[in-house]
Design a protein around this ligand. Structure first.
Ligand code: NAI
Length: 333
């Protein structure tokens, strides 16, 4: 049988390097995939005036599976986030971010296992902002039934399939009574279709405090876009940092897998980026397309490398370069 082809976007900052390392590990694990690889992002924009070359989109149109590394997005000016653009263009509505404690990376939060389901297509991220006058600026928050229902159902379906016990809705419906109030109302209605799964809701500020004081009370969380962006980064801090938090962006027809972190300009070019978040995102991709055995082997080799502790990157307290860390993983495959 011929290999399946997937699309790869290399991105900015540490993106190209960690992508190469992940593909190197895949090659060593003999993962039966072929790759169409593209440079995308700010550097590509400066070179060719386009964030994503037409051929890169054409490839994803065809393969339906994308492994994407981080992109630099100008702050407070410049082009719209490519991440948001791709999520909207391919209707990748469910952003799934599993933060699971790993014995190999001790933190004060032993046993934490939280999966965030972040709505990925609307809320304040629709990017509708306007200047009213010199002193007044507006941003539009959009919450629709379609997007709300499908992310809430995705969270409950995940809980059911994976024998999870509880789904928590995160919102700010005490203040945003119409928009978040609707999200919460749909949550409470849809929850009735899943009587075997406990459900509750919490205001986002309280969630942030509880995540630090007692993260074990959370299981699956479902939330509009902005809160999901923020609290999922917080969950990465519970398990050892952004270098360890993977994600899947799923729609009905397309799927994109990326690390939660950004292009990390502060460590770009130093050869010390932790490639694990992208590697575990790539493992989620393998599981999504049915190559579970390959994902399991790579996860095991990574866990062993982390547990060994002689070869960790600086974000995990070590002194190893990315290459040394990756070589250890490959040696254990
Ligand atoms: P960041 O996630 O790039 O970095 C935050 C901190 O975490 C930095 O200290 C960085 O060194 C560290 N870090 C991140 N990934 C790491 C890794 N793999 N190994 C070791 N340390 C790591 O966030 P920041 O600095 O706020 O954003 C930089 C750029 O990335 C911005 O242009 C932002 O818009 C973009 N960004 C892109 C994302 C994406 O493409 N999905 C997501 C988040 C931010």
């Amino acid at each position: 049988m011929s290999n399946r082809t997937i699309t790869v976007f290399k991105g900015d900052g540490i993106g190209p390097a960690i992508t190469d390392h992940v593909l190197h590990i895949f090659e060593a694990a003999k993962v039966p995939l072929d790759y169409e690889i593209f440079n995308v992002g700010q550097a590509e924009y400066e070179r060719n005036g386009k964030l994503v070359p037409d051929e890169a989109y054409a490839s994803f149109d065809k393969t339906h599976i994308l492994l994407k590394s981080p992109i630099t997005t100008p702050i407070g000016k410049g082009f719209r986030s490519l991440n948001v653009t791709v999520r909207l263009k391919y209707d990748l509505y469910a952003n799934i971010r599993p933060a699971k404690y790993n014995d190999a990376v001790p933190t004060p939060f032993k046993g934490v296992d939280i999966v965030t389901f972040r709505e990925n297509t609307e809320d304040l991220y629709v990017g509708v902002e306007q200047k009213i006058d010199e002193d007044t600026y507006h941003a539009t928050k959009i919450i629709t039934r379609k997007a709300t229902d499908r992310i809430i159902r995705a969270a409950f379906e995940y809980a059911r399939t994976n024998s999870r016990k509880k789904v928590t809705c995160i919102h700010k419906a005490n203040i945003l009574k119409v928009t978040d109030g609707f999200f919460l109302d749909r949550f409470n209605t849809i929850a009735l279709e899943y009587p075997e799964i406990e459900h509750n809701d919490m205001i986002v500020d309280n969630v942030c405090m509880k995540l630090v004081m007692n993260p074990w009370m959370f299981d699956v969380m479902v939330t509009p876009n902005l809160y999901g962006d923020i609290v999922s980064d917080l969950t990465s801090g519970l398990i050892g940092g952004l270098g360890l938090l993977p994600s899947a962006n799923l729609g009905d027809d397309y799927a994109m897998f990326e690390a939660v972190h950004g292009s990390a300009p502060d460590i770009h070019g130093k050869g010390i980026a932790n490639p694990t978040a992208l590697l575990w995102s790539a493992c989620m991709m393998l599981e999504h397309i049915g190559l579970n055995d390959y994902a399991a082997r790579i996860r095991k080799a990574t866990d062993e490398t982390l547990a060994d502790k002689t070869c960790l990157t600086p974000d995990l307290g070590g002194t190893a370069t990315t290459r040394e860390y990756v070589d250890h993983i490959i040696a254990r495959l």
